[in-house]
Design a protein around this ligand. Structure first.
Ligand SMILES: *[C@@H]1O[C@H](CO)[C@@H](O)[C@H](O)[C@H]1NC(C)=O
Ligand SMILES: *[C@@H]1O[C@H](CO)[C@@H](O)[C@H](O)[C@H]1NC(C)=O
Ligand SMILES: *[C@@H]1O[C@H](CO)[C@@H](O)[C@H](O)[C@H]1NC(C)=O
Ligand SMILES: *[C@@H]1O[C@H](CO)[C@@H](O)[C@H](O)[C@H]1NC(C)=O
Ligand SMILES: *[C@@H]1O[C@H](CO)[C@@H](O)[C@H](O)[C@H]1NC(C)=O
Ligand SMILES: *[C@@H]1O[C@H](CO)[C@@H](O)[C@H](O)[C@H]1NC(C)=O
Ligand SMILES: *[C@@H]1O[C@H](CO)[C@@H](O)[C@H](O)[C@H]1NC(C)=O
Length: 417
């Protein structure tokens, strides 16, 4: 309140001084008008001379503001030597960009659209800034095939990798894979021919139920956003399986008008009980939501999630175990700001019926044709305004022991090629 009052006082002072200046300004107006015309003439003259003399404009490392190639708004902090180093790095990159692109102008766009390798050298600040770039013009002036980004948040290997390999086979160009394992994980288990080979992103340690979990989810999203052709984003764990073949899942996601972030209001201690009053005024108790961590979202929402600072920092501060941010951050953020296009349901089936903090695990004997058919067609929900019995595209948690049977049933049941 006092802040607002002060602002109002300040505004009053400014307004009255403007009135005093008003008369004097009219007299000065003519004078400055002439100066302005003269100045413009001079500027045009200088510019033309420079061009006629064919003075080449080289980017110089120290040159922060070149009027002809405006640099991004990075404010230099010259008093801080480590900062200068970081800035030098940015400007060197920029210089390279210009040099490689003067060969022929058609390469400029190609270079801009190039997909960085999964294990790139950007730090987190650079990554998130780069990932947040989004065009204001939505019609794409070149051919682009939309891809689904399959983002695996794992401890170690993708347990059912052989099933996924079969799933992806023959659909190259329609998907991209990102894996966020524990940093100590040795990925050489994926050989050259595997779709998982070379798909590991720079990762950090994740602790179950802690904020490092949502940090990892955002990191996966940011990495997947670097590829402009990724338009749908699916978060998966190492124990997830697909329930349909690739074309069915691809079409379901691409044609959907909704995003899939599960969100519901739960009155009990494991729902509203995890809310903290300290989150006011950004989040109040009636806005607090719970939902599955495993989401399927579009590019617009992915951009919003990685650009969000206010909700993310509130969760980092005020949602720590026994508040599990991975079950509340996205459901609450989406329900407050992006609920219009959200379905409030997830496409990943899981069994919580046994109770406890972890969902049921499925091993070999559980995997039968009946069981899988139940997951595929055993519920009803809404899809693009119509009632459907295809409500789940993925399921968890399956162990390595379930793999043999899944591989046996998949080709016929799920029509894998
Ligand atoms: C520049 O860096 C110094 C040292 O980190 C910091 O104290 C100062 O506020 C910074 N100035 C600006 C304008 O960012
Ligand atoms: C400069 O970059 C390094 C690594 O990229 C980072 O550790 C350091 O904090 C950065 N310094 C500043 C002032 O941003
Ligand atoms: C591109 O620019 C660099 C430096 O400005 C120059 O050395 C090089 O010859 C140029 N290449 C072409 C093909 O114009
Ligand atoms: C990963 O495993 C391979 C083969 O088991 C081994 O040769 C390699 O040294 C390991 N790399 C690391 C970083 O531990
Ligand atoms: C995928 O499965 C559907 C039935 O669910 C089937 O109609 C379609 O032909 C299959 N796609 C391929 C490429 O096999
Ligand atoms: C919570 O916020 C919503 C939306 O701003 C508002 O309608 C509602 O009255 C608030 N509830 C409480 C308990 O403050
Ligand atoms: C999802 O939940 C929000 C509030 O949390 C609600 O306004 C919206 O209507 C719900 N959407 C659907 C499709 O049920």
């Amino acid at each position: 309140m006092t802040m607002m009052k002060n602002n109002k006082d300040e505004q009053g002072i400014i307004t009255s001084s403007y009135q005093k200046l008003f008369n004097a300004q009219i007299c000065l107006l003519n004078f400055f008008g002439h100066i302005l015309v003269f100045g413009c003439g001079l500027l045009i003259g200088i510019t033309l001379t420079l061009f006629l003399n064919k003075i080449s404009f080289q980017f110089q490392i120290q040159q922060f503001q070149n009027p002809f190639f405006p640099t991004p708004p990075i404010t230099p902090n010259i008093s801080n030597p480590s900062n200068i180093q970081n800035q030098t790095k940015i400007f060197i990159k920029e210089e390279n960009f210009v040099i490689t692109n003067n060969i022929s102008s058609s390469n400029v766009l190609e270079d801009f659209l190039k997909i960085p390798s999964a294990m790139h050298d950007m730090n987190e600040k650079e990554l998130f800034w780069r990932a947040s770039l989004a065009p204001m013009i939505h019609k794409i002036p070149f051919k682009q095939t939309s891809k689904v980004a399959f983002m695996f948040l794992t401890k170690g290997p993708v347990l059912l990798a052989p099933l996924w390999e079969k799933f992806f086979k023959g659909n190259e160009g329609l998907f991209s894979i990102y894996i966020h394992p524990n940093p100590s994980f040795n990925e050489t288990i994926y050989d050259q021919s595997s779709v998982f080979h070379g798909r590991r992103i720079p990762s950090k340690k994740v602790h179950w139920g802690e904020n490092s979990m949502i940090e990892a989810e955002r990191r996966l999203l940011a990495n997947a956003l670097l590829d402009f052709s990724n338009t749908r984003f699916v978060l998966l764990s190492e124990s997830c399986i697909p329930l349909f073949n690739f074309s069915t899942i691809y079409n379901y996601l691409m044609n959907s008008k909704k995003t899939y972030v599960e969100a519901y209001d739960l009155a009990s201690s494991v729902g509203r009980g995890r809310y903290s009053k300290k989150m006011m005024p950004l989040i109040n108790i009636s806005q607090w939501r719970k939902g599955s961590q495993w989401f399927q979202i579009d590019r617009y929402l992915a951009l919003q999630v990685i650009s969000d600072k206010s909700y993310f920092s509130i969760y980092k501060k005020h949602c720590n175990p026994p508040c599990y941010s991975d079950e509340h951050y996205l459901p609450t953020l989406v329900s407050i700001k992006f609920w219009k296009r959200n379905s409030n349901r997830t496409l990943t089936w899981v069994d919580w019926s046994k109770g406890g903090p972890h969902p049921a695990k499925f091993v070999r004997p559980h995997v039968t044709i009946d069981f899988l058919e139940k997951l595929r067609f055993g519920s009803t929900c809404e899809y693009n305004g119509k009632t459907t019995n295809v409500c789940y595209l993925f399921a968890r948690k399956f162990t390595r022991h379930a793999l043999g049977r899944l591989l046996r049933f998949a080709p016929k049941l799920m029509q894998f090629n």
